[in-house]
Design a protein around this ligand. Structure first.
Ligand code: SF4
Length: 186
């Protein structure tokens, strides 16, 4: 690549890590890998499914509102269709009657997809240790991030979302295939 008649020297081409440290290249060229670029795009445009189960969902709605503003993470649109979602926040206690429903919603979401378990009830049943409630949503669907609390404050949910971003950015390009159910594999 040339600018005018000059050929770029290697020290004029920056890696993303150097850019993150504040370095600027003379020629404004940044190199990266497809994997890093794809993971960056995926992690900054996660579309959550519109789904709430109990009191934790109120905090999730607060997180989505203007004071917290999830749109800065590219998450301002909660999708009403699982087919347009790649993340689900399980916000609240999950009854056994509701378990097949959440499994169906999860199965209808396209890969790659991620799950946040929000609150003690979703993660382990919370104070409801009884026959009517699932004692942890990970009995039904795989969970990527657990957010503790009863209910977790919006800041805690945002921390969980940032943890999910870190996880997505460290994924292999087709790493989601390893955890996909057998019949979903290409
Ligand atoms: S963790 Fe607390 S706030 Fe959340 S669903 Fe359970 S009881 Fe409600």
């Amino acid at each position: 690549m040339t600018i005018g008649t000059d050929i770029l020297r290697p020290d004029q081409i920056l890696t993303p890590d150097q850019v993150a440290r504040g370095m600027t290249g003379d020629a404004g060229v940044v190199t990266t890998t497809v994997e890093k670029a794809v993971n960056w795009a995926r992690s900054n445009a996660v579309w959550p499914a519109l789904f709430g189960l109990a009191c934790c969902a109120i905090e999730m709605m607060h997180t989505q509102a203007s004071r917290q503003d999830l749109s800065r993470f590219g998450m301002e649109v909660m999708r009403a269709s699982p087919r347009q979602s790649d993340m689900i926040i399980v916000a609240g206690r999950l009854s056994r009657k509701m378990a097949p429903v959440i499994r169906r919603i999860y199965d209808q979401m396209p890969e790659p997809k991620w799950v946040i378990s929000m609150g003690d009830c979703a993660s382990c049943g919370g104070v409801f240790n009884n026959y009517a409630l699932v004692q942890g949503v990970d009995e039904i669907i795989p969970v990527d991030v657990y957010v503790p609390g009863c209910p977790p404050r919006p800041e805690a949910l945002i921390q969980g979302i940032l943890k999910l971003h870190e996880k997505i950015q460290a994924e292999k390009l087709d790493g989601w295939r390893d955890r996909a159910p057998q019949d979903d594999r290409a």
